[in-house]
Design a protein around this ligand. Structure first.
Ligand SMILES: O=C(CO)[C@@H](O)[C@H](O)COP(=O)(O)O
Ligand SMILES: [Fe+2]
Length: 217
């Protein structure tokens, strides 16, 4: 699959989100980090802001739910029109049902694993998943250092995905930048979230194209 870049608006100016979305017309997705100050020690935004953003941009929205009760909330993000909704393995109590509800509402179903969460226990869930997200930092904040320790898990996830037909997208999130993206791509990732590497750059458009070229082998 072609490389996809999903800039995280966590590193954008929250007072000007529509303008910040317009600065990255070459993005494949806009990555929206929903944090509830319970699942992670940070608080960002929720459904009303996602609904407003959906009206303000034609770029598909990739919602990463870092919340305590994703089973309760994920379907609402899909019904609102998010193109992709990702729930965390460590938080979901009924992942199969929730992933199916996301798909039934017309969105791609995403399933995320923290750095210390192994992928093997979730192999049987792959048929329910459109995108597997491997966190390459501890979730909660932008601008953290990429965790190289996750690279073998990216390779293992790519093997398991291939074994199940190869349809599942493999996203990496956290510390993805010009000096780390090639390692992720080489290990098998194909969707790259980048917050500070895009919105921290003088020219976010060019930063995306640079990341895309580095990840394209
Ligand atoms: O989900 C998260 C953090 O929990 C990410 O999406 C960050 O927003 C990525 O930011 P950078 O590490 O790229 O600055
Ligand atoms: Fe994220």
């Amino acid at each position: 699959m072609a490389v996809q870049i999903s800039p995280s608006i966590l590193s954008a100016d929250f007072a000007r989100l529509a303008d910040e979305a317009a600065r990255v017309p070459n993005a494949d997705w806009l990555h929206v980090d929903v944090m509830d100050n319970h699942f992670v020690p940070n608080l960002t935004l929720g459904l009303p802001v996602v609904e407003a953003l959906l009206k303000a941009t034609s770029t598909p929205i990739d919602c990463h739910l870092m919340i305590e009760d994703p089973d309760r909330w994920a379907p609402a993000y899909a019904e609102a029109g998010a193109g992709s909704v990702t729930i965390h393995a460590e938080a979901a109590k009924a992942p199969v049902r929730t992933l199916r509800q996301i798909r039934a509402a017309g969105a791609r179903s995403g399933f995320a694993l923290n750095p210390a969460t192994a992928v093997e226990p979730y192999e049987d869930l792959l048929p329910e998943i459109d995108m597997l997200l491997l966190m390459t930092v501890e979730p909660g904040f932008g601008g953290q250092k990429f965790l190289d320790v996750v690279l073998p898990k990216i390779r293992r996830a790519r093997e398991l995905i291939a074994k199940h037909g190869g349809q599942v997208w493999l996203q990496v999130d956290g510390g993805v930048a010009a000096d780390t993206i090639e390692r992720c791509a080489e290990a098998g990732a194909d969707v790259f979230v980048a917050g500070s590497a895009v919105y921290g750059a003088a020219d976010p458009y060019t930063a995306i194209e640079h990341l895309r070229s580095l990840a394209t082998t």
